[in-house]
Ligand binder design. Structure first.
Ligand code: ASP
Ligand code: MG
Length: 402
């Protein structure tokens, strides 16, 4: 059995949905059992968000989840209809019908458990199962959503629970690239990555895969394949073991805009304040970074734009002098963590040569992350992509050493 996930652009029109139904029908006829996870059509989630904003921008999160979760259900119903037209018996399920239980944090919920009986029963009857991505149900019986891009997580969690052979993520690019191909013109597709490498790429800004999807697949060694729904070539395999042979020392250069840097000036008690704020941010379930401060008595934390409201209240209460600036991070992801010191030196040298002001993030194990002005992010990513030889990765791959 395999799980396939089709993203928004792959299901953006009725003709795309019919095309997927034909593909699924062929695979089913070939004897493959299939669970299909779908996203909302095209920009539906953004459009729903806009509708809500027309009423208020101070959203009640339970209401918002009620609204946003409808997008995926539309696709489920249409794909089931299209499959039936192809002569394939299909059963469409919402998140709760598929047995997906989540935490209560609306808009960014995590999958806690999956009761697989319904899906297993449908598969046993020979049906293709189509599941709405990005949603589940809380312990109180409320609809929750998993955060933008969360359908990947639904697919990976189902593949893990159901013991699928693999989880295929169909998207509008041919696979995972060394950098964002929309901005870095020399970015090339990577054919194979380990879970750890992909997790770092995803957490540091590679939008192609939701980080939590990797967290679900990794402990159970379920291979993930990212590929295009339009072409048969390409595809990136994400799995447990590194590829054979010598590899290029750097996997990719990724960037993340819309990071917010809070700078505090605690005259005294620097460590105490740092510990206090860190524990509060963790308690609220926020991912954050601390910046390496050379000398001085300031402290700086980096949080995501989505977390601003909650972060503001934490920093306000901390009482130190606070400045909040919009920044970006640019990250070089290493194949081997032992090479990080060398990578860090080279990054620093490039920044200095190009007179780009920067900070570095603490505690990076398999990567080097630099904080810069948002306007410098793409130029820096492009410089680093060339400097670390990623422009020529295709040549490495051809020589069998990627
Ligand atoms: N439809 C949701 C979004 O646009 C979830 C997903 O596509 O993964 O973020
Ligand atoms: Mg996505």
């Amino acid at each position: 059995m395999i799980v396939q996930k089709y993203g928004g652009t792959s299901v953006e029109s009725v003709s795309n949905i019919k095309g997927i139904a034909r593909k699924v029908a062929l695979e089913k006829a070939g004897g493959q059992d299939l669970v299909i996870v779908v996203s909302a059509m095209g920009d539906t989630t953004d459009e729903l968000m806009k509708l809500a904003d027309h009423i208020t921008t101070r959203h009640h999160k339970r209401d918002l989840d009620m609204l946003l979760s409808t997008g995926e259900q539309v696709t489920v119903a249409l794909l089931c209809m299209a499959l039936r037209e192809e002569g394939v018996a299909a059963t469409g399920l919402t998140g709760w019908q598929a047995g997906i239980s989540t935490t209560t944090d609306h808009g960014g919920a995590s999958i806690l458990s999956i009761a697989p009986e319904r899906i297993q029963g449908e598969l046993k009857m020979g049906n293709v199962v189509v599941v709405a991505g990005f949603q589940g149900i809380t312990g109180d019986g409320d609809i929750s959503t998993l955060g933008r891009g969360g359908s990947d997580t639904t697919a990976a969690a189902l593949a893990t629970k159901l013991g699928a052979e693999r989880c295929e993520i169909y998207t509008d690019v041919e696979g995972v690239y060394t950098s964002d191909p929309r901005y870095i013109k020399n970015a090339v597709m990577i054919s194979s990555l380990t879970y750890e490498e992909m997790l770092t790429m995803a957490r540091r800004g590679a939008g192609v895969l939701h980080p939590k999807a990797i967290e679900h697949a990794m402990p159970h060694n379920v291979p993930l394949v990212v590929r295009s729904s339009m072409s048969r070539v390409g595809g990136t395999w994400i799995h447990g073991s590194p590829g054979k042979g010598v590899s290029h020392p750097v996997c990719g250069v990724v960037f993340h805009k819309g990071r917010f840097c809070y700078t505090l000036s605690p005259i005294q008690n620097r460590m105490e304040i740092k510990r206090l704020i860190s524990s509060r941010l963790t308690l609220w379930g926020m991912e954050y970074d601390t910046l390496i401060e050379e000398g001085g008595d300031t402290l700086a934390f980096l949080v995501a734009e989505d977390d601003l409201e909650r972060a503001d209240s934490i920093f306000d209460r901390a009482g130190a002098i606070v400045r909040r600036d919009r920044k970006a991070t640019v990250t070089v992801v290493a194949k081997d963590k032992k090479t990080c010191p060398v990578i860090r030196d080279k990054v620093r040298q490039i920044l200095q040569e190009n007179r780009i002001a920067f900070h570095t993030i603490e505690n990076c194990t398999n990567h080097v992350t630099t904080v810069v002005e948002e306007s410098h992010a793409i130029d820096l990513a492009s410089l680093l992509h060339s400097a670390f030889g990623l422009d020529e990765v295709q040549a490495f791959e051809a020589a069998g050493i990627y």
